[in-house]
Design a protein around this ligand. Structure first.
Ligand SMILES: NC(=O)c1ccc[n+]([C@@H]2O[C@H](COP(=O)([O-])OP(=O)(O)OC[C@H]3O[C@@H](n4cnc5c(N)ncnc54)[C@H](OP(=O)(O)O)[C@@H]3O)[C@@H](O)[C@H]2O)c1
Length: 392
């Protein structure tokens, strides 16, 4: 299998490349803006499988040249690039996946469904942990119920030993800032609507050591697709993050200082935007932390509640998705986002995904085999079912 990974030296992309090589012996074209960074990645993987190339994915001609002859193109760079890369993959007749379109881009990408079908390709939209594993959990829960009312998704992360130090964000600070400053979409009473960022505050019980967390609506792709693709009468879909308290304060301060802005400012004769500046600082620390290794045990958790009815009684199916970093093997907890695209590339090539078009994960991934593949990488999915019993 040959895969073009774009954004390959990023925090998520680098581990996707490693998983593709380690688990499937895949041949990888590792593409990024910086040739130096992907060369370093190829050295770290330490096999002949990885060919590093410099690529600016805003240039469709360059993506076309790099993607010719590959089986799958995976975009692990910014979600804004999905809409530039995916049409090239469809034109080339090559399968495609990405890590999510941040709600609005996902809705745009779905408009390419017919083109993808006509080209005989599958474009899997939002195939990380969330969106990604969370969507598949929603679909798995819906299969166990006769009708679905609500799908409520929660995310939290943190460290085993609580510390006053701010944790390192497990994904790009650019995305975190977008999440907490832009209006989230939810599905309410069967209709998609936008609500204020960080509204919908609620308490939710996550597995230990997270415990009870305060969670807020943030912008995510799941509510863009899950009601439509899961069906069964689904009326409400929401996504909330329960940030660790220290991190939440840090992120809110950065947002209030304007680091989420893309407006150009002049600093010492150079022009840049606060968002580009903080992203560059973040990427520098990602590289340094990868070289230094990890010293703290951290977790990434999701909870997905699917509420509805079974045999005319109220019922709930809950999924817990749990990932810990592995200090001995140097694996980050963020592998829950890096691994799903690797499994999907294998399944696309082996024909285990045979539906064509632009599809979110809930529409094309078989849940139980997928959960078992995740378990091989110690990404643990647990399912609980509760059904109301009445004596009247
Ligand atoms: N679905 C999920 O569960 C999930 C979870 C977390 C994150 N995400 C998404 O995953 C994406 C990547 O996150 P990350 O944390 O890995 O980010 P990251 O560490 O910043 O990596 C992104 C990489 O893409 C490169 N890149 C940027 N523009 C490019 C272009 N035009 N052409 C080629 N490469 C380009 C960046 O290079 P430069 O540094 O030079 O700009 C960087 O190396 C984000 O969009 C995020 O929203 C999804």
């Amino acid at each position: 299998m040959k895969v073009l990974v774009i954004g390959a030296s990023g925090q998520i992309g680098a581990w996707t490349v490693k998983d593709l090589v380690d688990h499937y012996d895949a041949e990888i074209i590792a593409a990024d803006l910086s040739l130096e960074r992907v060369k370093k990645l190829a050295q770290q993987v330490g096999k002949e499988n990885v060919t590093p190339i410099k690529l600016d994915a805003t240039d469709p001609g360059a993506v076309r040249a790099a993607g010719k002859g590959v089986d799958v193109i995976h975009n692990s760079a910014w979600y804004e690039l999905n809409i530039k890369i995916m049409p090239v993959a469809i034109d080339l007749g090559v399968h495609y996946s990405d890590l999510g379109g941040f709600y609005d881009h996902t809705l745009e990408q779905l408009k390419y469904d017919k083109k993808a079908k006509d080209a005989g390709v599958t474009c899997v939209l939002g195939m990380g942990s969330s969106p990604g594993i969370t969507n598949v959990c929603g679909a798995a829960g819906a299969r166990k119920l006769d009708s679905v009312r609500d799908i409520s998704i929660y995310c939290s992360w943190g460290t085993k030993v609580k510390s006053d130090n701010a944790a390192f964000p497990t994904y790009s600070i650019r995305t975190v800032l977008d999440e907490i400053t832009q209006e989230p979409g939810i599905v309410e009473n069967g209709k998609k609507k936008k609500v204020p960022a960080l509204s919908g505050m609620t308490e939710v019980l996550m597995p230990d050591p997270a415990g009870k967390v305060v969670a807020y609506y943030v912008k995510h792709s799941e509510p863009a697709t899950m009601a439509d693709f899961i069906g069964k009468g689904t009326k409400n879909v929401s996504f909330r993050i329960g940030f660790p308290a220290n991190d939440f304060t840090t992120f809110k301060t950065l947002a209030q200082l304007g680091f989420g802005s893309t407006e150009q400012i002049n600093v010492g004769g150079f022009s840049t935007s606060p968002k580009d500046f903080i992203t560059a600082m973040y990427l520098k620390s990602v590289e340094a932390s990868r070289e230094a290794g990890q010293s703290v045990e951290d977790f990434d958790y999701f909870r997905i509640d699917v509420d509805g009815t079974k045999d005319d009684k109220d019922a709930r199916v809950t999924y817990y998705v749990k990932t810990w970093n592995d200090l001995e093997k140097g694996l980050p907890s963020a592998r829950d986002t890096s691994v799903p695209p690797s499994i999907v590339a294998d399944w696309l090539v082996k024909g285990k995904i045979d539906r064509r078009g632009t599809l979110p994960p809930e529409a094309c991934i078989e849940p139980e085999p997928f959960f078992r593949e995740l378990a091989k990488r110690k990404i643990l999915v647990e399912e609980e079912m509760q059904q109301t019993k009445t004596y009247y």
